[in-house]
Structure formats: C-alpha cells, structure tokens
Write a protein that binds this ligand. Sequence first.
Ligand code: OXD
Ligand code: MN
Length: 607
Amino acid sequence: MSSLAMEVETSGQSRNRQLVEWVEQVARLCNPDRVHWCDGSEQEYQAMIRLMLLGGVAVPLDSERRPNSVLVRSNPADVARVEDRTFICSEKREDAGPTNNWEEPEKMKNTLRQLYSGCMAGRSMYVIPYSMGPIGSPIAKIGVEISDSPYVVANMHIMARVGQRVLEVLGEEGEFVRGLHSLGAPLGANQQDSSWPCNAEHKYICHFPETREIWSYGSGYGGNALLGKKCHALRIASVQARDEGWMAEHMLILKMTNPAGEVKYFTGAFPSACGKTNLAMLIPTIAGWKVETVGDDIAWMKFGSDGRLYAINPEYGFFGVAPGTSTKSNLNAMLAVTRNSIFTNCAVTPEGDVWWEGMTNDKPPELIDWLRRPWTPQSNRKAAHPNARFTTPASQCPVIAPEWQDPAGVPIDAILFGGRRGGIVPLVIEAFNWTHGTFLGATASSETTAASAGKVGQLRRDPMAMLPFCGYHMADYFAHWLKIGARTDAKLPRVYYVNWFRQDENGKYLWPGYGENSRVLEWIFDRCDGRVHAKDTPIGRLPDPDDLDLQGLNLPTSDLLKLLSVDKTGWLGEIPSIRLHFQKFGDRLPQELARQVDDLERRLRAT
Ligand code: OXD
Ligand code: MN
C-alpha cells in the first residue's frame, strides 16, 4: 500500500476501481494534507460548518431567528459565475460553437495540471459522490466532485444527494462524471488561511464533454464551484442528453392544480435572476388554484413509453438569488430559508439575522454589509451583494410537490420561455407548433442581471436561457430540439413565451407580476385542453383581454391592451437583430429556424 493510501480515510471508500484510481491520481497531483471521503451524514455537514466558523469564513446566525444557519462572505473578487473564464474543451473547436470559449483539451489540461500541482497543500481534499436526481432514478446521473473547500462540501450536501448511498448505487463498474475543483490557494506550513481562499489571478471553469470531466480552479463561488449544478447538470448533461435523446434544460418545474383538481406540469426557462424561483413557488391570486414546486432551476426531461416528456429536478436544494426575495415576492422561499440554510454575501443585522435589499419595506437602521463594513441607510451602497444567495433544502419549501422526488419524473404539459424585456415583447405568446416554439426559445432575449460578472441591464439573446450553460455548439442544440419534436410518437408539450417585465414610456411596469402571473398560467393551463380562446397574430397566438381571468385585478384597460398587443414596428425592428444573432451560427443553423425568421417577417408585413 502506498503511503498516500495510508492517509486516506477508509470509511466510505468506494469499490469502484476507476473512482479509487482517479482519487489517488488527483491526490498525488494536488498534494492535500488528507483525503476525506464524504459520507453525506449530518455530522459531516456540521463538521464543515464548524470548520468555516473557526476559519472565519462563516459567522453563525442567531439560533432563535435562523436556527442552524450561517452567513458566509466571499472575497469581492469572487462573487459570481465567471463566463469569460468558462471553457468547453471539446476535441474540435467547432463543436464548442461560437457562444462558448474553447481550448484544446490537452493544452488546457496541461495548463491546469501545472496550476493543480500542489494546489491543496495544507488543506483537506474532499471526495463528494453525488447523484443528480433521485438516487437510482432512470433519469438520474452520478458524479463525483473532488474539492478542497468545506463551503463546497456543505453546499453540495444541500444541493445534491451526496455520500455513501450514492457509492452503493455506483457499485464496482458504474459510470460517473468527474469533477475536480480547487480553490487554488495552497497553504504554507505556518501560513494562516484567508477568510475566503480563492485565486485572484487564475480562474478556469473547464468542461471536457467527450470524457465527461469538469476541471474548475481558482473560484469558490456558486456555479463555479458546486460542480453538480451548472457544470454537470447543464453543460455536461446537455451533451449526454444530445447523445442519448433526452433534454437537459435550465428550467424550473411547477405543478398547477385547477379548482376541479386537475393537474398539469410546466417547465420554464428564464435567464439567471429573472424570477424563476419566484415563479416556481408562486402563490396564485386566482381562487381555487394551487401551484406547487418540483424544481426551481434545472429540468432533465426524457420520453416515457407514452410519448410524453417526463421531467425530474436533478437538484436537492435551492441556490437562490436573495436580493428581491421577500414575503411579498416569494413567501414560500422566505419560509424555506427560516432554518438549516447557508447565506452567502448577505448583510447581517445587530440581532444576528440576515438582510438583503428588497427583503423588507424599510431598511434596518444599521447592518454589517457583505464587505464586513458598518452600514446605515445613509451609506451610499448596497448592503448585500446583488448576487447574494441562499442555499436551502428543497424539502423545506412549504409548497414542494409531494412527487418532487418521484424517480419517474412528472409529465410536462407546457414549456415556458421568457426574459426581462421592457418593450415590444407581450405578456404571453403561444407558439404555433414545436418548431415555432423552438424559434421562440432560440431567439429569447433578456436584459442582463448580476448572476454573472459583467454589465447589468444590457440586452442579450439568451437561447433557451442556455447561453452560459450549453455544453456544445448552440446550433446543434437547436437541431436537437427540432429532432425531439420530430419524433413521430411524441406527444409534445405546448410552448409559450412570457414577459412579466413590460414597461410604459416612463419605466413603470405594466404587469403586477408575482402571484398575478397565475392568471397567465391559468390561460396556458386551459389552452393545453383547448378550453380557452387565443387569436392568431403574426408573432404567435395571443389571448384577447377577455380570455384572461382578470377578476379582482385593477389593471387599467390601456395597460392591458399594451400588454396584449403586437407592436408591429417594434417586431420589424427586431428582425435584423434576430438575423444577426442567427448569423453567428453560420451554416450549422438549422434551415427550419432561418425559415422561421423569414416567415415572421412575411407575416408582420402582411398585416
Ligand atoms: C443560477 C444562475 O445560479 O442561473 O441559477 O446563475
Ligand atoms: Mn440558473
């Protein structure tokens, strides 16, 4: 037995030879002080929290106000996903496509091997076996993340099913996605750790789609470091889904029940920080209707033997954007985060609770902000970082659907796309058919938010909200959507495009949003059964004002008309931007989509 193997804890070790060999190889490269195989136990979670408290990474929150919860504050240079440092290292450059950064796999691996060399000195190396999806579900997949960050281990405990039970399903021969993560901050013999170790100079979030590997270096934050989420469940899984004939999408999953007790399931793709979590947990304002949550961020959908698409939520918790979350915008999220949660980059009150912008109507008189500085409402800055987050178990959501862990998934009736658009895009559009729906998704656009580093408020086309998350050529991804729709036995969901963010000339929102969005969901629900009217327009099918249930909503008629009208000039003005967007994909763009732009223009000019 090598001396290295002697230092490895035996508890929880796997019988999977490939896994054991890989762990040994990584340990030799990264040179940690010790290797810890995560068993997924409560004691292990508490040990990670203790480590963070002792190291000053975390502070405990008041145990009466927020039991078993901590606040973590990151380095200001490490607060969001870093899209410009995210790479798809496919063997061929053209397979990554024009929307991804690319590097040759071996070249990238060589660069990273140098950085990884000795990078875990002075630290523990954690081996985190996880299942994305209910353990053993035919739609679920197994991954193993190696990380030197207790923050990652604790968050992975909440966000995925982790530990011994996963190793049991993996068995001796099972396949798994390999994720290697390091903070890139080795410690010298007598060196004190920093309060948020990371690497200020080098950050790489790399995906090797052919070999199903993820190599992440230099960042400890969210989607850069919790590799089960964006890296595995979207970037690598989108490639697996393409190869195996299913769909890995950046979508919430919600269950809606009408007053007669009939149930439908919708998925919805919205760019980061556009209210996906709020929509997934919405409290309907229409009498007798109920919305429950299956997932708030990612959906994996596979055809069942009945030709319908069945979705699972591969995650186990919510990593939600905190600012803007309140009892008004999302009561269920506020109730979910009352305990057993990790808060990142929020402000802290003198009573030891968290606070963020938008949580309460009145700002607290004093706080410690996310940069650990005293703060008052007169301070001319935000108390919480705009991308501050909560990590909380999905099971704590008061409206989690009882079937959210059903290994078979839930049958999807409608797919929603959307984004943040102040102008032009109406409240809701129904696609004429799957191909038109794919076109609506492929041209989805939104004003950017703080979920990713970069400028906020700029318009970007974000196809299917997958721009930062598609692990291969985006045009091939469109082709995959069309191929899904071409299955002769498929009973496909209907497709919709919604926009809650339309504004008037003075920047005032025309639609109240939040719970009132249930009125649009009701129309979609009834459309699925052909029970409510829609009118054909050049951009798709729209409700007439009378088709929406607006009882009890004091919406000025002029606002309603604006929300449901087709701004012909505005749409004609969009055509060149759609063409420009499609031009990026060259001749890999499916012909059907190029034809959709021509058809849209023709229909607009004909009216
Ligand atoms: C997320 C994101 O964290 O989309 O869900 O950025
Ligand atoms: Mn997301």
